[in-house]
Write a protein that binds this ligand. Structure first.
Ligand code: ANZ
Length: 798
């Protein structure tokens, strides 16, 4: 009974491979194109987990449908193969990260093939392959030549244990995402990419793409555009002054103190001798805290008076200068004017340290809390009587005429730190010359390949392991000595453009042929986790926008439609993890139930975007249903060449629903509808052969192996994706029967079905035949029968 998934899956996977079923001829422009990309996996040592096939099955379903709909489909796969875990492994075992990475890639590839995805394996890319990273280095070179990649001294997140700098999105609660090691802020000379230059473009681009709103919103917040003003303050008794960034320059008359970030350049200079010891101790304490800890709204405010005073430029009033960790060095100018009456954090700070609070807007009760809404200005000289908007405009005019301030747009988005003091990444193609200049490598010197090392460990000082490769590091160029840059690119480099390389992965003249890019870009469907919302998804948009500006790619936005699959959790609703021992291995499921079952189960668990717990009995249920389908079409004698019409509605409705649902990635509801059809077919006992075949085509997107098998048995033909997608007949979607409710004296007594359009007499007749109605009417006289056409019969009797 049922089918033998092992032999069937092997057979069809071999068939697809031999016949190059999913190898895309990218030069065939005769059909419309469909380009789908899955966020490529990091080939970890653990192999595929059950979360991977979730998104991959969804994209495979859409691609298989698109192929049947006549599209030329490009659906490639690759590996994001540079990164920390392989390097940690190399350090611990003394092996080369490359060997380990290649083994992992082989495992991932085997597992992906075992799941029957219709991927074009001839276009596989791997970011650690020199033929790939040659072009990552080449793009970096263009950024460098255009002044967008620069070496600057900036505060970075330094992780001592990992011996490297980390990006903000790689830190969780002040600890490294990988390994959970402490992270501190420190100043370092770093390669950065000037992503803030693209801030406005990245905001505008969000308007034209079909992405989840929550992700767009996260990107907007991360970019954090705010329109405000710079106001210059002098320090009493000093030549120097400082500038603050404020979104509320209208409240300047209410500024009762200023706060500098503890790291601000001026702190040392202006601190009075009496305050020095306290200030030094406070600065030291702050260096151990992460940005997140510092900006948390509800935490207790801490700070220290510098002993110095600032002069408010609108009224020459002297106000104290404090330092506090709630002011970040990396935002705005690293200095603020504090208006405790109208800002929540300043209010808490002023209350904690007994500082003056002057209201400058009417409203609220400032003895209790800050008033942060709009209002009429008071205590504000030339602003009195104005609302917020007008007062801001008037204040900016004042500041500009008195040359002590100006309008200023500020972004939260920081430069993209583009270097790691690590081995396993793309070498940065730069040489630091003896005379202090930097040179970028010539095109024919690319790729700059990583040298082999005996020892990969980073030094605690922050020097990269590549420093040890002295033969590689020291170079002569045009008769001058130089040293190669020894930091390598971050993990986000290679993943910022791989969707372009897939289109033309073997090209060694350009990163991808222009004509091909014009035809295939943008990616029509991009599926992957929401954890990349402000990292990879922002970086890759920036690179693509940049390459667009250079005329190298045809569209600004690389991903037309984005979808995030939800996380698959353990049986008890917790995260799957090795330490919890609840990790499900796809190999085991495929072995016991088959790849089709795993695919079907994962698509039926719930909405694709939701987090959902694993259930072994759910897997069993999925397998049982596939057996039920197989039994019906193959083992029972139900197929018929005559259509008696019994399944017309169910079939046509199913085609419509499945087509729409696959398109919108509502895989679970498409599957429910297919289940309804199978129930209807069992009830009917006979299935019109073309309906069975079309049903198998639709189901093949989810469960391709068993469907190919059934298709071959029924038709003698092979290869469903070359067949055409089922169509439905709109006229069959009108139900030809209606259900009528019967009441006696207003109480429900029964229901019956009649053909649509039946006349009232037929309805009355049918109603009177219902046994419950007959017994209700016993001994009574029918006084009146009310018929609501096609809906209801109410019998009044007493
Ligand atoms: C005075 C003021 C009065 C402010 C008021 C707000 C309300 P967004 O909108 O996020 O850009 N600020 C500026 N630089 C800061 C820094 N480095 N660290 C912490 N806070 C900083 O916020 C801008 C506001 O955040 C600025 O406007 C400043 O406080 C504060 F009733 O200035 B405001």
């Amino acid at each position: 009974m049922g089918f033998d998934h092992k032999s069937i899956e092997k057979k069809w996977q071999a068939y697809w491979e031999e016949n190059k079923t999913f190898v895309c001829d990218v030069w065939d422009f005769s059909k419309p194109k469909f380009y789908a990309v899955d966020m490529f996996p990091y080939p970890s040592g653990h192999g595929l987990h059950v979360g991977h096939p979730e998104g991959y099955t969804a994209s495979d379903i859409v691609c298989r449908m698109k192929m049947m709909q006549g599209y030329n489909v490009l659906h490639p796969m690759g590996f994001d193969s540079f990164g920390l875990p392989a390097e940690q492994y190399a350090i611990q075992t003394g092996n080369h990260p490359e060997g380990f990475t290649l083994e992992n890639i082989a495992t991932f590839t085997r597992q992906l093939k075992m799941l029957g995805f219709g991927l074009d394996w001839e276009r596989q890319v791997s970011t650690c392959d020199p033929s790939y990273y040659k072009w990552t280095q080449w793009i970096f070179k263009q950024l460098y030549n255009d002044g967008l990649a620069r070496l600057v001294n900036i505060p970075v997140n330094w992780c001592e244990e990992l011996g490297t700098v980390l990006a903000n999105d790689e830190i969780i609660d002040g600890k490294s995402e990988r390994g959970g090691y402490p992270v501190i802020r420190k100043n370092m000379l770093q390669w950065v990419i000037d992503i803030p230059k693209y801030a406005d473009r990245l905001l505008e681009g969000l308007e034209e793409i079909d992405w989840p709103n929550s992700t767009k919103e996260m990107q907007r917040n991360w970019i954090g555009k705010s329109i405000g003003a710079h106001v210059d303050f002098k320090v009493d008794g000093f030549e120097e002054g400082f500038t603050v960034f404020t979104t509320r320059c209208d409240t300047l008359f209410g500024a009762t103190y200023c706060v500098l970030a503890p790291e601000h350049d001026l702190v040392e200079k202006i601190t009075t001798p009496q305050q020095k010891a306290a200030v030094d101790a406070y600065v030291k304490l702050c260096a151990t805290k992460s940005e997140l800890e510092r900006t948390e709204l509800n935490k207790e405010k801490t700070g220290c008076f510098t002993g110095a005073y600032a002069i408010n430029p609108v009224n020459q009033k002297k106000i104290p200068i404090w330092i506090s960790d709630y002011v970040l060095a990396s935002y705005g100018t690293g200095a603020i004017m504090a208006v405790p009456a109208h800002d929540t954090r300043d209010y808490a700070f002023a209350k904690a340290f007994g500082l003056e609070i002057i209201p400058v807007l009417e409203g609220g009760d400032i003895s209790k809390e800050a008033w942060t809404e709009d209002g009429v200005h008071i205590n504000s000289d030339f602003l009195n009587g104005l609302n917020k908007e007008d007062a801001i405009a008037a204040m900016i005019a004042f500041l500009e005429t008195h040359k002590c301030g100006r309008q200023q747009v500020n972004y939260r988005l920081r430069e993209w730190i583009f270097a790691r003091q690590r081995y396993w990444g793309e070498p940065i193609p730069i040489v630091h010359m003896e005379d202090g200049t930097t040179q970028v490598l010539e095109d024919d010197e690319l790729p700059l390949v990583l040298p082999k090392l005996d020892d990969y460990s980073p030094s605690k000082s922050g020097a990269s392991p590549l420093e040890k490769a002295s033969a590689w590091v020291n170079v002569e160029r045009n008769g001058m000595h130089g040293k190669r840059e020894t930091s390598t690119m971050p993990g986000s480099a290679g993943s910022s453009w791989y969707f372009l390389r897939y289109i033309d992965p073997q090209n060694d003249q350009v990163f991808a042929d222009k004509k091909l890019l014009e035809h295939w870009m943008p990616v029509d469907l991009y599926i992957g986790g929401s954890e990349h919302a402000v990292g990879h998804l922002l970086y890759s948009r920036m690179w693509n926008n940049y390459l667009y500006d250079k005329g190298l790619v045809p569209v600004k936005e690389p991903f037309k439609k984005l979808f995030h699959q939800g996380m698959i959790l353990g049986e008890n609703n917790e995260k799957m993890s090795k330490s919890r021992g609840n990790v499900v291995n796809p190999d085991d499921i495929v072995h016991a139930y088959g790849a089709d079952t795993l695919r079907l189960y994962e698509m039926f668990m719930g909405p694709l975007e939701s987090a959902k717990p694993w259930s072994e009995s759910g897997v069993e249920g999925a397998r049982k249903w596939l057996d039920r389908v197989y039994r019906l079409f193959i083992e029972m004698d139900v197929l018929s060449d005559e259509n008696d019409g019994a399944l017309d509605y169910s079939f046509h409705f199913t085609v419509k629903k499945v087509t729409d649902d696959f398109e919108s990635l509502n895989m679970n509801t498409a599957i429910s509808q297919m289940m309804i059809f199978i129930n209807d077919a069992y009830k009917a006992g006979k299935v019109y052969r073309p309906y069975a075949i079309d049903f198998i085509k639709m189901l093949s997107c989810v469960a391709p192996h068993v469907c190919e098998e059934m298709y071959q048995i029924i038709t003698g033909k092979t290869c469903l994706v070359h067949e055409s997608w089922p169509t439905y007949d709109e006229s069959k979607l009108v139900k030809n029967e209606v259900e009528v409710i019967v009441q006696v004296n207003g109480k429900l007594r029964g229901k019956f079905s009649v053909p649509t359009g039946s006349d009232d007499d037929v309805l009355k007749e049918e109603a009177m035949k219902i046994p419950a109605v007959v017994s209700q009417l016993e001994g009574k006289t029918v006084r009146k029968v009310i018929v609501v056409k096609g809906k209801l019969v109410n019998i009044v009797a007493n």
